[in-house]
Design a protein around this ligand. Structure first.
Ligand code: IMP
Ligand code: MG
Length: 177
């Protein structure tokens, strides 16, 4: 890896481990959504790499939408104040909605998004996250499909950033700043 940054990165999951986990999630979700056409709502920017791998393994018709939430500045701690920086335009009424997220940390972002989306009266809403950091939870969030449970460390790569860096790394790392 040739990224110009002095921070040290340690591999947490290799691309092979990620691939196997994405395959497992895709099989589970494919079984669940047979005969339906859900709307996948990907949370920008962190989930886009996960979404692009996952969506190509889902064997049923689906639609894609994107939302952007903001709470994090360039630091590693959530401010707790969430806002919708990009909103959804597709009507959700009576749709099956599957949120695709990179990581659930304090839970504040997902609690906020779930509440907003519930108001649009979808038929169902489920949450798929690649990483879950339950030790940091401040508000309860139900994760329906979970890739890995991770320790209380700051994680980068495979879409996830630190100050907008490292999203393009194919493996997942713990960052020691
Ligand atoms: P939460 O609202 O605290 O659950 O976290 C909101 C968002 O912060 C997540 O969806 C991620 O995009 C980002 N985030 C949380 N923990 C990490 C991390 O360890 N690395 C990179 N981004 C993170
Ligand atoms: Mg995210």
């Amino acid at each position: 890896m040739k990224q110009n940054n002095p921070a040290s990165l340690q591999v947490l999951y290799t691309r092979r481990e990620i691939e196997m986990t994405v395959n497992r999630l895709a099989e589970e979700i494919t079984r669940e959504y047979q005969g339906r056409k859900p709307l996948l709502v990907s949370v920008l920017k962190g989930s886009v790499i996960f979404l692009s791998d996952l969506a190509r393994r889902l064997d049923f018709p689906l639609e894609l939408e994107f939302v952007q939430l903001s709470s994090y500045g360039s630091g590693t701690e959530s401010s707790g104040k969430i806002r919708m920086a990009q909103v959804l335009h597709t009507p959700l009424k009576d749709r099956d909605v599957l949120i695709v997220e990179d990581i659930v940390d304090s839970g504040q972002s997902m609690a906020y998004l779930l509440e907003r989306l519930h108001k649009k009266k979808p038929a169902s809403i489920k949450l798929c996250c690649l990483l879950d950091k339950p030790s940091r939870r401040k508000v309860p969030v139900t994760v329906d499909y979970r890739g890995f449970t991770v320790p209380d460390k700051f994680i980068v790569g495979y879409g996830m950033d630190y100050a907008e860096q490292y999203r393009n790394l194919p493996d997942i790392y713990v960052i020691e700043s």
